[in-house]
Design a protein around this ligand. Structure first.
Ligand code: FAD
Length: 545
């Protein structure tokens, strides 16, 4: 069907066109670029004859209407007819309100009118309906058209149907809310991170973690920690589609809070590229990482506590066996002296060929003494045999410090623990080595306690020296005088002021264990202001690289 001809008389056309030219000469502030382009489109000429102007407006793909000062329609273009369903003849002379579906709040109309009467451009959205009472959301631009005296002569309206865009937006918002509420319901930390590390999506647990870390982006902290555990590279992850599962990482909260542990998994999601050129050639080298971090601090703590309790009971058992061994060894040691005297007396008597009653008694005493020695030897409990494993000495020492915490606290001793950041392993028996450091720490506590000074400190440090691992246990107690530095390693030597519950076997045992690992225990002669016991253990050859 042919569109109806424009029925404006030529005078009116000329007047309208003049007004438009005037409008274009000084468009009001905010006039949209599309509007300016539309009226400048024809040949770029400064003056448009009414016929050409009408043709341009007529063919424009956007609904255009021109009204008088009270919004009475004077002209509408073809796109207006198509969008509203009204023929030109049906709306000319009527108010634009014919399009109102009565769902737009009156406050919007008030602002609209206030703006255009102030000779400003109004932009906004109104709910319109078509002739068939079909509602649509209209995006509108209304510009006042001024005459030579700067008075409003006409209003020029441009509008288009943005219902489908609105529906899309609504659907998108709904989907986003749905995704966000689903993510918020998950008790794990979830974040979607782009290649630049920007967080595109997160959940409540993520925000809570961010609060705990005083605003620092948790994704940065987690990704850094994951990088230290594995060769994580988001570029590789994108190209090869690799993913990672259950990488356990530790985060240390600010202000020395207790460490928190997370089990992290990551999967790749292709990032949408909205650039027009990707319509036919979708790019596939950009991606996002969906990072999921499950907090496992509590289970880690429980596991750690259970392990420490197990170690505690192991060491208590070991201690009982050790105490019995020490007691029996001490008894044998003490018994050996009188037996040796008897043996010497008997051999003197035999040399003098003296066969008498005393000799018989002494022989009997020697026999029962030897019997007692054999019984004691049989009663000597054998320490539990232990497999050799690769041991990280930092862990062993940390365990012993944890086990000694109560004693250290009650003695008011501060422990300065300085582990080497990276330490090769030692091939050895972990319980036996734990025992060594337990002896040394117990000695350090006793030494500090005996000096009764205010500043009580034990420093323990580990380091690597040539092919050995060195552990230094230092205290600021009274120290070991030079003449006792060898003696203290002898069995049952006790130099404490208060030797209660101390058998004098600790350093002997420590040295024995160190020797059986190819190492040594010695007292550093150059250490001033207390005692420094130096344990040297060769590290595992396989670990040298
Ligand atoms: P109305 O009584 O017409 O107006 C409601 C309120 O608007 C009044 O209380 C008053 O505050 C203000 N107002 C109305 N007319 C005037 C005036 N002449 N001077 C000062 N204030 C006034 N409306 C639509 O719903 N859809 C459209 O697509 C649309 N396009 C328009 C295009 C142009 C170029 C212009 C100038 C206006 C357009 N309008 C449009 C606005 C329309 O003219 C009505 O104001 C609106 O539809 C409200 O109509 P109403 O009958 O509900 O209330």
């Amino acid at each position: 069907m042919q569109p109806e001809p424009v029925r404006l008389n030529s005078d009116a056309n000329g007047e309208l066109s003049d007004a438009i030219q005037c409008f274009l000469a000084s468009p009001p502030k905010g006039t949209p670029i599309e509007l300016l382009e539309l009226f400048n489109a024809v040949d770029g000429r400064n003056y448009l004859p009414p016929k050409i102007f009408l043709e341009a407006v007529e063919q424009a793909p956007i609904a255009i209407s021109i009204t008088d000062r009270s919004a009475t329609i004077l002209y509408v273009n073809k796109a207006f007819e198509q969008l509203t369903g009204y023929k030109r003849s049906e709306v000319t002379g009527k108010n634009e309100s014919v399009l109102s579906s009565r769902s737009t709040p009156s406050s919007i109309y008030k602002t609209l009118w206030k703006t255009i009467q102030n000779k400003q451009v109004w932009k906004g959205k109104l709910v319109n309906h078509s002739k068939a009472k079909q509602e649509y959301l209209a995006e509108l631009v209304i510009s006042p058209v001024l005459d030579q005296h700067n008075e409003i002569r006409y209003f020029l309206g441009m509008h288009r149907d943005i219902t489908s865009m609105h529906q899309l937006e609504q659907r998108f918002t709904f989907q986003k809310q749905l995704t966000e509420s689903a993510l918020d319901a998950i008790p794990m930390v979830v974040a979607m991170v782009d290649m630049e590390g920007k967080v595109l999506l997160d959940n409540l647990a993520y925000k809570a973690l961010q609060g705990d870390f005083r605003g620092v982006e948790p994704s940065d902290l987690l990704i850094n920690a994951i990088e230290q555990q594995m060769n994580y590279d988001q570029g590789v992850l994108c190209r090869e589609g690799t993913r990672f599962y259950n990488i356990e990482v530790r985060l240390d909260p600010p202000s020395n809070g207790s460490p928190r542990w997370f089990s992290c998994s990551g999967v790749r999601v292709e990032e949408l590229d909205e650039a027009a050129h990707t319509y036919f050639n979708p790019s596939n080298n950009r991606c996002c990482l969906v990072l999921i971090a499950n907090e496992i601090t509590e289970s880690r703590k429980r596991f750690h506590e259970a392990r420490i309790n197990m170690l505690r009971s192991n060491m208590a058992e070991q201690q009982i066996v050790q105490t019995m061994r020490e007691a029996i060894s001490a008894a044998m040691y003490k018994l050996r002296a009188p037996l040796n005297v008897i043996k010497a007396a008997l051999s003197m008597m035999e040399a003098n060929n003296q066969e008498n009653h005393l000799q018989t008694i002494l022989k009997q005493a020697l026999d029962s003494g030897d019997e007692a020695m054999d019984s004691l030897q049989d009663a000597l409990p054998t320490p539990a045999t232990e497999q050799q494993t690769n041991i990280n000495l930092n862990e062993v020492i940390h365990d012993v410090i944890t086990l000694s915490t109560e004693r250290l606290l009650s003695a008011g001793i501060v422990v300065d623990w300085r582990p080497a950041t990276v330490l090769p392993t030692v091939l050895g028996r972990s319980n036996a080595l734990r025992g060594v450091f337990k002896y040394l720490i117990d000695n350090a506590i006793q030494a500090v306690n005996e000096t009764r000074q205010d500043a009580r400190e034990i420093r323990i440090q580990t380091r690597v020296e040539a092919s050995d691992l060195i552990v230094e246990v230092m205290d600021n107690g009274s120290g070991v005088p030079e003449h006792e530095r060898i003696k203290v390693f002898e069995p049952f030597y006790c130099g404490w002021n208060n030797p209660r519950e101390r058998s004098g076997m600790g350093l002997t045992m420590a040295q024995e264990v160190a020797l059986s690992h190819g190492g040594s225990v010695e007292i550093n002669p150059d250490f001033l202001g207390g005692c420094c016991v130096l344990v040297r253990l060769p590290f595992n050859n396989d670990d040298r690289d």
